[in-house]
Write a protein that binds this ligand. Structure first.
Ligand code: ATP
Ligand code: MG
Length: 360
């Protein structure tokens, strides 16, 4: 059996630097490593509709934004299958069958869903589709027999749920589905990049993002107004680096060569942190350095995006082609699932002859 990747994003906005360090950058590396037999990258529009049912236009508009961000980051349609979830109806059928293998209380225990329900004020009226999206995510992953799912830490409960469904399915109906492994970022701060406001997670829904497509001036403004250490008031004050978002972003993006280029007074991030903690280093200087680092990282992405923006019909063509390929792969798995569950009545010659025997 080969190594297969499935991962994706909800088209609820443009992609941001949290997506980039949490998953996107890794995907491109994995794609280019040549170690994977197939790579499926899904734009999860059906999942986005589970909490945006009243605003389908938002989802519709953002499909192209996510696709452009993908191409800008280096996902290559000749190496990876880029597709739209709703165009692969087999995924719904799988969800329908998996729902019977999961209890309501098990879904209620999912910590990511719990906090998302709170964030969306769904406590008293959770849409059933939203509540059950971990099951639909299990369908997305298993439909492609994915072995590897590169995602941020918030997805851990979803992968665990998927593994449980796979084990349950295989134990009832026989070895059919593949148990996936989660692939988290190596760098700890990238597991869940905080927002520019210091909140626990940069998220489209919280409006605390630096987007990949952002123009240089916008990046600079956002960096200069970022959350730091609220007790670090005067330059001489000793500062904290833990929970200080500017340093967290440096942990995520800064490389040794950046010091020579943009801040030659320091050799390393450890040295910069030590000075900050001792006192005598102002926020503005650190923010200017972060700005330079981010500008360097984001410029080529923005430029590539602008190239792809010139040919939008091509981007839709890529998604159409990818959706057709994804549909083919999912149909094969659905056929395996139906035959394991013995609901492939018309293909089952033994069943037909046994029933004939019964009434002979
Ligand atoms: P929404 O608010 O609509 O849920 P989101 O910003 O959480 O949007 P998703 O589309 O849900 O983005 O997540 C896509 C992928 O990006 C997932 O693998 C998720 O783990 C990862 N991801 C999202 N936000 C972050 C973050 N702040 N840090 C690291 N990874 C992240
Ligand atoms: Mg999310």
């Amino acid at each position: 059996m080969g190594k297969i990747i499935l991962t994706g994003d909800r088209p609820t906005g443009r992609l941001h630097i949290g997506h980039y360090v949490g998953s996107l950058k890794r995907r491109v590396e994995l794609q280019n490593s040549g170690e994977y037999d197939r790579i499926f990258i899904m734009i999860a529009d059906a999942q986005a509709l589970t909490d945006n049912a009243d605003n389908p236009e938002k989802v519709r508009q953002n499909i192209i934004e996510v696709a452009l961000d993908y191409l800008a980051c280096g996902l290559d349609p000749t190496k990876s299958t880029l597709f739209i979830q709703s165009q692969v109806s087999e995924l719904c059928e799988l969800t329908f069958f998996y729902m019977n293998l999961v209890t309501v209380s098990r879904l209620q225990r999912n910590p990511t869903v719990k906090s998302e329900i709170q964030m969306r004020n769904f406590e008293s009226s959770i849409p059933v589709g939203f509540f059950t999206y971990p099951i639909s995510q299990a369908s997305d992953i298993t439909a492609f027999k994915a072995t590897t799912v590169p995602v941020g830490e918030d997805q851990e409960p979803m992968i665990e749920q998927t593994r449980e469904i796979v084990r349950k399915f295989n134990s009832i109906y026989g070895e059919t589905l593949v148990e996936p492994d989660i692939l988290l970022p190596d760098n700890k701060v990238c597991l869940r990049l905080p927002g520019t406001d210091g909140k626990a997670k940069m998220s489209k829904s919280l409006g605390n993002c630096i987007y990949l497509a952002e123009e240089p001036e916008e990046i600079r403004k956002k960096v200069m107004s970022m959350y730091t250490d609220p007790d670090h008031i005067k330059v001489e004050d000793p500062g904290k680096v833990e929970g200080n978002t500017v340093f967290t972003y440096l942990d995520a993006f800064c490389r040794p060569e950046h010091f020579g280029k943009y801040l030659p007074d320091y050799q390393s991030l450890d040295e910069l942190k030590a000075h900050y903690m001792k006192g005598g280093l102002g926020d503005v200087k650190v923010k200017k350095f972060l700005n330079a680092v981010l500008q360097e990282e984001l410029e080529p992405i923005r430029n590539r995006r602008k190239e792809f923006q010139k040919d939008i019909p091509y981007v839709y063509q890529v998604l159409k082609q990818g959706s057709m390929e994804a549909q083919k792969a999912a149909a094969q798995t659905l056929a395996d699932v139906k035959s394991a569950m013995k609901i492939n009545y018309f293909d089952d010659v033994d069943l037909i002859s046994a029933q004939s025997e019964k009434y002979r």
